[in-house]
Design a protein around this ligand. Sequence first.
Ligand code: FES
Length: 145
Amino acid sequence: MINSYNKKVLEIFKNPMNMGEMKNADGVGKVGNPRCGDVMYIYIRVSKNKKGEEIIKDIKFQTLGCPAAIATSSMMTELAKGKKIEDALKITNKDVADALGKLPPIKMHCSNLAADALKKAVDNYQGKFTKDNECVRCCSGGSNS
Ligand code: FES
């Protein structure tokens, strides 16, 4: 399988950018891939630009997964870094896969994690979900009304 990855995917897999845990992140998003059991965490640090708009100042990932999952995590963090939150949320899983060139068809499901994890991290930052992805209204003892 490793031979069917393109050069770009393999290079990023070997030298991923923005990998690791972020202490005291402003938002944490966790997603799992039900097909293989792999797990991805995205950590974001939020700041404001000169116009007072919220931007993703820093972003990191931790992925327990295959080379495609690690490469897509890394690419997504590069695409999102420095962007306004509203623009970062427009990044799709397809954008991430396209930026990597081509993924083997059997690995396309692996690219479905990264953008979803970023959305979860923003949800956590905005107080809609806990860092374990529990809805603060119904899963964490919050009001369900
Ligand atoms: Fe699990 Fe790729 S095989 S994310």
